[in-house]
Design a protein around this ligand. Structure first.
Ligand SMILES: NC(=O)c1ccc[n+]([C@@H]2O[C@H](COP(=O)([O-])OP(=O)(O)OC[C@H]3O[C@@H](n4cnc5c(N)ncnc54)[C@H](O)[C@@H]3O)[C@@H](O)[C@H]2O)c1
Length: 364
């Protein structure tokens, strides 16, 4: 949150390197922060309208999504950063603007790029622009780690973890899962690109010191994993045989569109927000269209956090998080405060200029 303004509203930029420095070593804190945001959302104390998808007829695989959101003052975003907490007391508004261009991989740059704008809830003035892709990846991974730790606490800790799709999001999820302190017997990896799978196995999983198996096909990975992390860019379901899940694994379905309806219907389904996730041809959206109802949705993550839902051990459990703008805001506001306290922001003096309604500030 912005400080009390004595003069003109300030505006700062937080580049990716500063975001990275702010988040370094704070995974446990970010997981807790994201759980706080889910609790606020579950209690109806956030504003999180539907995401807006900008698509292009000439570039069908690309999209840019706008996620506006508002978080009320109750979120205790200051409790762990050691920075004076008064500034966080009255919440934050803002928007994430995130592009997904899967063909970027051919150019040697990541698929997603993003900005996060934070607005002062007293005046509406934007007060910060942050590099948003790291915040987005971190909040996605923290959300996955939260679901994993809560659901695993009910069903047993996975010992074999499989990554289906091995991009940047999979890397962040592995990083945040490692915070849970599980004893892993073996990691598994599968990707359409053998090169990406091998690189992930070597560079991301190699340093864990645990055995890593690169699987030749999807079925082999799924049957060999107690926890499966889907982080592909598949646009339509490609994993359709429910018998692959006969061992009742925990599934973090982060990429949302991998599982066929039969797999969804055979599983217990936990989502972040029912209205959000039943959109945009996600696997659960397709299941709703097929069945004509939502009865196959068992709980939200908020229900799990609140202890009103216990995940079964005799069915697969699938967590499908659509991704809420409130998570970006809470993590982004935290990062902004940390970067400000560390002197790690770029202040843009005079960004807002016409501040006298009847006389230009620049006029003499
Ligand atoms: N739910 C959320 O909140 C949330 C947030 C961020 C990202 N995501 C999603 O996570 C996914 C991964 O993002 P990323 O940045 O890591 O992408 P990326 O492009 O870096 O990696 C995706 C990987 O998946 C592989 N892949 C694509 N289709 C596959 C298939 N059918 N089978 C096996 N592998 C396949 C690609 O080869 C690539 O290595 C995207 O779909 C993105 O939309 C979800």
């Amino acid at each position: 949150m912005a400080e009390q303004q004595a003069g003109p509203p300030g505006f700062s930029v937080v580049p990716g390197a500063a975001v990275h420095r702010a988040l370094a070593g704070r995974r446990a804190e970010i997981i807790d922060l994201v759980e706080d945001a889910y609790r606020l959302h579950g209690e109806g104390r956030t504003v999180n309208p539907p995401s807006y998808f900008l698509r292009f007829p000439d570039r069908p695989s690309a999209r840019i999504i706008a996620l506006p959101a508002s978080v009320g003052g109750e979120v205790d975003v200051d409790r762990t950063d050691g920075v004076d907490g008064a500034d966080g007391a009255d919440g934050v508004d803002g928007i994430k603007w995130i592009s997904s261009f899967p063909t970027n991989l051919d150019l040697g740059i990541p698929r997603a790029s993003a900005l996060l704008l934070l607005n002062d809830p007293r005046t509406g003035y934007p007060y910060a622009c942050l590099e948003g892709s790291i915040i987005s990846a971190a909040r996605t991974a923290a959300s996955a780690a939260s679901a994993a730790r809560r659901l695993a606490a009910q069903r047993g800790t996975p010992r074999r973890v499989g990554f289906f799709g091995t991009g940047l999001i999979a890397r962040f999820v592995q990083d945040y899962l490692s915070q849970l302190g599980w004893q892993i017997d073996e990691f598994g990896v599968f990707d359409l690109s053998a090169q990406y799978a091998a690189s992930f196995a070597d560079q991301v999983l190699g340093p864990t010191g645990r055995p890593v198996r690169v699987h030749p096909d999807a079925e082999s990975l799924i049957r060999s994993s107690d926890l499966i992390v889907f982080a592909t860019t598949a646009a339509t379901p490609h994993v359709t045989d429910p018998s692959w899940f006969d061992h009742n694994p925990l599934v973090l379905h982060i990429s949302l569109r991998d599982l066929g309806t039969e797999v969804v219907l055979r599983s217990a389904n936990v989502v972040d927000d029912v209205e959000h996730v039943l959109k945009a041809d996600t696997s659960v959206h397709l299941a709703e269209q097929r069945t004509g109802n939502r009865d196959f949705l068992d709980a939200t993550l908020y229900d799990v956090l609140a202890g009103t839902f216990t995940a079964p051990a005799d069915r697969p459990v699938v967590f499908s998080p659509f991704g809420l703008g409130v998570l970006d805001l809470v993590v982004g506001a935290h990062v902004h405060r940390l970067a400000t306290a560390a002197g790690d922001t770029v202040e843009i003096g005079g960004f807002f200029h016409e501040l006298d309604r009847h006389q230009s500030a620049g006029a003499s």
